[in-house]
Design a protein around this ligand. Structure first.
Ligand SMILES: Cc1cc2nc3c(=O)[nH]c(=O)nc-3n(C[C@H](O)[C@H](O)[C@H](O)COP(=O)(O)OP(=O)(O)OC[C@H]3O[C@@H](n4cnc5c(N)ncnc54)[C@H](O)[C@@H]3O)c2cc1C
Length: 349
């Protein structure tokens, strides 16, 4: 059982900034995310796009914002359960909550902060009848650890950035990479499209277009796929089939947790973004209230207020006093200390 002070569901920008704000109040956090990496929409949907409306950062790539948020929170040693979706929540007699993921990992905390954004991103799956039989047996919709594919034959299908970028990456790791797309045109960053073109000419990527994967075969594990290219049916032996058709967000199981839901978002109060269940907060894109704006800076604000309420719930007898980091500095849970230089009294002769 993983235990923490604030259990954050969703490691997007809102969840990541919560770690920092909670840390200032000496509260520990653990984050669960259905995706294999932190960053939410910023990492998954637009890592290479510049954002222009983060206060104090005139221009920052979404991927770099994620890196900076992780760096800012690192000193507070957050825990992560990645690649797992929070499925169920049970309230305990002591008032705490136990949240269990789809893989059975259990987490216990007195405070739960749902920072689930648009919901958990579910992979769009190709319409191949028996494909679910091969999930985790050669069929994967995310690449968590590229080393799994070392010296193996890999087929990737898709026509966007993920399919292009992973084909390029795996070209140096896998023994054979085949990229299949239903069109001749790819929709991605120009340098990625050009790299795939180059690797194709070098014989490091086999490109099959316009074509579609229509069947998966194998006894216990993927052994081959069928590809339809015009009238032609190609039987292609492979160890892995990775369809990268993008992700569609769904509020998912959180919708069944007894929370007040309005238009696929969680209703909260505007004092501290608490839901109708005391101890459960909803912050960032996942919540709704009058005047709500789905912006990163609004998620940061909501996370800050929510942490102060969490502190008061967890420390009912302590008086909360707002302190500036410029005055107090930061004591990391890892033993680090940041502070501005102290004023000295020294005569100048
Ligand atoms: C193309 C694009 C451009 C954008 N540009 C801007 C911009 O310029 N400025 C701006 O302010 N905003 C912009 N946004 C919006 C911004 O990205 C969102 O407001 C922000 O990502 C919300 O952060 P979040 O942490 O609340 O949610 P998200 O980033 O959506 O993260 C939520 C995370 O929760 C996880 N999750 C959900 N449910 C579960 C569950 N049950 N179990 C486990 N994990 C779960 C998801 O997998 C996801 O990783 C843009 C969005 C897009 C798509």
């Amino acid at each position: 059982m993983i235990q923490t002070d604030i259990l954050i569901i969703g490691a997007g920008p809102t969840g990541l900034f919560t770690v920092f704000e909670a840390g200032l109040l000496k509260l520990r956090c653990h984050l669960i995310d259905a995706l294999p990496q932190p960053g939410g929409q910023c990492s998954e949907l637009y890592p290479k796009k510049p954002i222009y409306d983060i206060p104090g950062l005139p221009e920052v790539l979404a991927g770099d914002l994620t890196k900076n948020l992780l760096e800012q929170g690192k000193q507070f040693q957050p825990g992560f359960t990645l690649g797992e979706r929070a499925d169920t929540i049970e309230k305990q007699k002591d008032g705490s909550f136990i949240v269990t993921t789809n893989k059975g990992t259990k987490h216990q905390a007195p405070i739960v902060a749902i920072a689930g954004g648009l919901g958990s991103f579910e992979p769009r799956k190709p319409l191949i009848e028996n494909i679910t039989n091969y999930e985790d047996k050669g069929v994967a919709y995310f690449i968590k650890d590229p080393e799994v594919y070392r010296d193996k034959r890999v087929v990737i299908s898709g026509g966007g950035d993920s399919a292009l970028d992973w084909s390029i990456f795996l070209a140096d790791i896998a023994s054979e990479v085949t990229l299949i797309h239903r069109r001749n045109e790819f929709r991605g960053a120009l340098d990625s499209v050009e790299s795939v073109q180059e690797l194709k000419l070098l014989g490091k990527i086999n490109l099959i277009t316009p074509a579609e994967v229509t069947g998966v075969h194998g006894s216990d594990h993927v052994e081959a796929i069928t590809v339809k290219k015009g009238e032609e049916q190609i039987y292609l032996e492979t160890d892995y089939f990775i369809p990268l058709f993008g992700l569609s967000p769904k509020l998912g199981p959180i919708g069944n947790w007894g929370l007040d839901i309005e238009k696929n978002a969680i209703k909260v109060d505007t004092i501290d973004y608490q839901t109708n269940i005391p101890g459960i907060f909803a912050i960032g894109d996942v919540n709704t209230y009058e005047g709500k704006l789905k912006l990163i800076l609004c998620g940061f604000h909501e996370a800050t207020l929510m942490c102060q309420s969490a502190y008061k719930i967890l420390n009912p007898n302590k008086k909360f006093v707002l302190k500036y980091t410029t005055v107090t500095g930061i004591n990391g849970f890892d033993g680090s200390r940041k502070e501005s230089p102290k004023a000295v009294v020294k005569a100048i002769i």
